[in-house]
Design a protein around this ligand. Structure first.
Ligand SMILES: [Zn+2]
Ligand SMILES: [Zn+2]
Length: 348
């Protein structure tokens, strides 16, 4: 089969690899029909993720069809159309049992294993361990180009941004960074009845998208960003500031926007330490949350995509065939220049 293989920082190739097969009785093999590229894949290609070694097939998001089933799998059969989420789970370890499979101790000490600790989904097929407890059947009426964003970006924006931030009816919410995950937070914040959703970005295209995704206000980053946002509130700041970039400056901006008693929900993938004004934050009763997605909200989100409540397909701005994946990386890697959010890579 063909797959996109990592060959050290800056190097990848679409090349022939051995076919994916069932190795353990709890595995299935899924023929990949749709996949996408995550910002994390770009971090890997920059050499930021040491656990990813030469020869690893990239990718941790897929929609496809089960083609082979291990002897111990009871919940899925050949021909089932499934979502392969970014997080795998054994279902039995202490973390899985408390609903936090992001730290499943059985699959590798972390639930994110595809394109990280084992071969991933940017391939014609993928081996899926612990299939019974990891896969989701896709309801009728949900298209590939909707379901694919439930593998990672939508649950990340929803769980690590909206749910961790504890957004409640009437809240004012600022989302710092209107890339794919920030927009996923914008798209799902309204479900909790936020009165105001303020998108903040330096890119005009993304701000336009944010308004289309349900933001009530768009603020372009500049010297007056904080004042501009405070002016949209009662002057005290927002109830919830969601950070979806991963730079020190953007987390500091989120901290400057939040009102007393509010929450900063950090989604961004940080690579360096960040200095925060704890001397101000403690006395303002600020909560700061962080996290790796669990993807436990997928059943909820699938239901809302199926009913038309979440237009997940809006995340995909560009579509490529699977054998054009290197071109898809070029576009996603320069997303702002190409006015791209997420790319849909499909065999259909
Ligand atoms: Zn990801
Ligand atoms: Zn587990």
């Amino acid at each position: 089969m063909k797959a996109l293989v990592y060959h050290g920082p800056g190097n990848k190739a679409w090349e022939d690899v051995p076919d994916a097969t069932v190795a353990d009785p709890t595995d299935v093999v899924v023929r990949v029909e749709t996949t996408t590229i995550c910002g994390t894949d770009l971090h890997i290609l920059s050499g930021d993720v040491e656990a990813v070694t030469d020869g690893r097939i990239l990718g941790h998001e897929a929609v496809g069809t089960v083609t082979e089933v291990g002897a111990a799998v009871t919940g899925f059969a050949v021909g089932d159309r499934v979502l392969v989420p970014a997080i795998s789970r054994c279902g039995r370890c202490a973390y899985c049992q408390r609903g936090m499979p992001s730290h499943c101790q059985t699959v590798g000490g972390i639930g994110w294993i595809f394109g990280h600790l084992i071969d991933g989904t940017q391939a014609e097929a993928v081996r899926v361990p612990y299939a019974d407890t990891s896969l989701y059947r896709i309801p009728e009426g949900v298209a590939d180009e909707q379901a694919i964003f439930l593998a990672d970006s939508l649950p990340t924006g929803y769980e690590v941004g909206v749910l961790a931030g504890n957004v409640r009816p009437g809240h004012t919410v600022a989302v710092v960074g209107a890339g794919a995950v920030g927009l996923a937070a914008v798209l799902t914040t309204g479900l909790w009845g936020a009165s105001r959703v303020i998108a903040i970005d330096s890119n005009k295209f993304r701000l336009t998208q944010a308004l289309d995704f349900g933001a009530t206000d768009a603020v372009e980053v500049g010297p007056g960003t904080v004042d501009d946002v405070l002016a949209l509130t009662d002057g005290l700041g927002v109830d919830v500031a969601i950070e979806a970039v991963g730079y020190p400056q953007t987390l500091q901006t989120a901290a400057a926007l939040v009102r007393p008693g509010g929450t900063i929900a950090n989604i961004g993938v940080h690579g360096v330490p960040v200095e925060l004004p704890m001397q101000e934050m403690w006395i303002k009763n600020i909560t700061l949350t962080t996290g790796l997605v669990d993807t436990t909200s997928i059943p909820t989100l699938l239901t809302m995509v199926a009913s038309g409540r979440i237009p997940a397909e809006k995340m995909g701005t560009h579509t490529y065939r699977l054998d054009e994946i290197e071109r898809a990386y070029e576009v996603f890697g320069n997303a702002a220049a190409h006015e791209a959010l997420k790319v849909v890579i499909t065999t259909r």
